[in-house]
Design a protein around this ligand. Sequence first.
Ligand SMILES: [Zn+2]
Length: 131
Amino acid sequence: MRERFTRFMMGRYGTDEFSKFLLGAAVVLMVLNLFLRFGLLNTLVLVLLIYVYFRMFSRNVQKRYQENMKYLQIKGRITSFFQKEKRMAGDRKVNHIYKCPNCKQKIRVPRGKGKICITCPKCRTEFTKKS
Ligand SMILES: [Zn+2]
């Protein structure tokens, strides 16, 4: 049986990161729909599962590979976006962003230092702010 499956899978694409993601999404939607009981969601889950199997058994390895690459690219972009947001949110707690009144250059100033004189690094304009 195992041998037959191996032979069947020969030359076929199999699973990749994208399939795992789709499968995960299908499971999440399925669990979610236990509470929502939304008919259309069931169809969506079914379509997702069919698509996962279609990719798994596909002989067009190159096309599937490209799909996976595209997925990884988008995923990477989303993750780096959130990492940047998270870093900036943490930064806002310790620093305050001021805009130079002259050239609008953004300047990061540590918080909690009272009234301070800021010199714009770009145009050398000096202005006073409370940090
Ligand atoms: Zn300036």
